[in-house]
Design a protein around this ligand. Structure first.
Ligand SMILES: [Zn+2]
Length: 261
C-alpha cells in the first residue's frame, strides 16, 4: 500500500511518461497502481484510457484481510478501470503475515477474481508448494493469471507454464547478486507468455546508468529491462516489445486499437 510520498512520486513519473515515447512502458504502468487500492482507482479515473488499476491485498498485508476488505474488492472489481485482481499470493520470505493468513487471503482473492471474471496478478516467494496447491485448485475457473516478478527456478517456471500462466519479468534479471539464473530461465518462456514489468517504484535495474537519484523505479526504465531480457533470449528488442505488449493486452482484455495513444 502506498503512502502519499509514493503517490506523489507516481504522479511525477506519469507526467514524465509521454515524453519517453515508450508506449509499452505506459501499458505496463498499470502495475504501478496496485499498491493503494482506493487511491489507485481515483488516480486511474483522472487518466481515463491511459491508466488502470488492480485491486488486491499483498501477502505481506494478508493479516488485514477481512469481510470488509472482501466487500471493498468485490465493488472495486466491478469498475471497468479495475482490470485485474491482485496482486496477491504467498510470500514466506519474510512472513510479514502468518502463512495461514496468507493462504486464506490468497484463496479468497482467487475466488473474487473468479466471481468477477477478471484476470489475477500473482506474487510468490519461497512458498512454491503451497502456492501451487492453492492455484492449481482454482485454475480451471480462473480467467487468466500472471506470476508477476518471476524470480524462481526453472522447475517452478515449468509448473506455472503447465497452469498456462503468463510470466512477468522485471529488472531482477539485471541483478548480478541474485538474478543471473534468470538469464537462462527467460529463454524457456514461450513468446506468447512473457510480460515485461518494472515493479515500480521498487527494483531499479542495477545495471541502469546513471542510477536515479531518488532510487525510485519508473515506467520510463522499462526499455532497459526490455533490452536485458531480449539479449538473454537472443531476440530483438522490437520482437520482444511487441510480444510483451500483445500479451499484456490479451491479459487485460485491453484493445490495442481502442486505447492506443
Ligand atoms: Zn509482488
Amino acid at each position: 500500500m502506498a503512502d502519499s510520498n509514493a503517490l506523489e512520486g507516481l504522479t511525477q513519473a506519469l507526467r514524465r511518461l509521454p515524453g519517453v515515447g515508450a508506449k509499452s512502458a505506459a501499458r505496463m504502468a498499470f502495475h504501478l497502481l496496485q499498491h493503494d487500492r482506493a487511491a489507485a482507482l481515483a488516480l486511474a479515473r483522472q487518466y481515463p484510457g491511459y491508466l488502470y488499476a488492480t485491486a488486491g491485498l499483498h501477502p505481506h498485508h494478508a493479516h488485514d484481510f477481512s469481510g470488509d476488505v472482501e466487500d471493498l474488492f468485490t465493488d472495486l472489481l466491478k469498475h471497468p478501470q479495475v482490470l485485474a485482481a491482485g496482486e496477491c499470493g504467498l510470500d514466506y520470505n519474510r512472513n510479514f503475515s502468518p502463512p495461514a493468513d496468507q493462504c486464506f487471503a490468497f484463496e479468497r482473492q482467487l475466488g473474487l477474481a473468479i466471481a468477477a471474471n477478471k484476470p489475477i496478478f500473482l506474487h510468490q516467494r519461497d512458498a512454491h508448494a503451497d502456492f501451487m496447491a492453492i492455484l492449481r485448485a482454482a485454475r480451471p475457473k480462473l480467467k487468466t493469471a500472471v506470476v508477476h516478478c518471476f524470480t524462481g527456478t526453472e522447475a517452478e517456471l515449468e509448473d506455472y507454464l503447465e497452469l498456462d500462466c503468463f510470466i512477468g519479468i522485471t529488472g531482477w534479471i539485471c541483478d548480478e547478486r541474485r538474478g543471473t539464473h534468470l538469464v537462462d530461465c527467460v529463454k524457456k518462456i514461450p513468446t506468447n507468455r512473457i510480460m515485461l514489468e518494472t515493479d515500480a517504484p521498487y527494483l531499479v535495474p542495477r545495471t541502469l546508468k546513471p542510477q536515479p537519484k531518488n532510487r525510485r523505479n519508473e515506467p520510463q526504465f522499462l526499455p532497459h529491462i526490455l533490452h536485458a531480457v531480449a539479449h538473454a533470449r537472443g531476440e530483438s528488442a522490437e520482437e520482444l516489445a511487441q510480444a510483451s505488449t500483445q500479451n499484456a493486452c490479451q491479459f487485460f482484455n485491453f484493445g490495442l486499437t481502442s486505447t492506443a495513444a
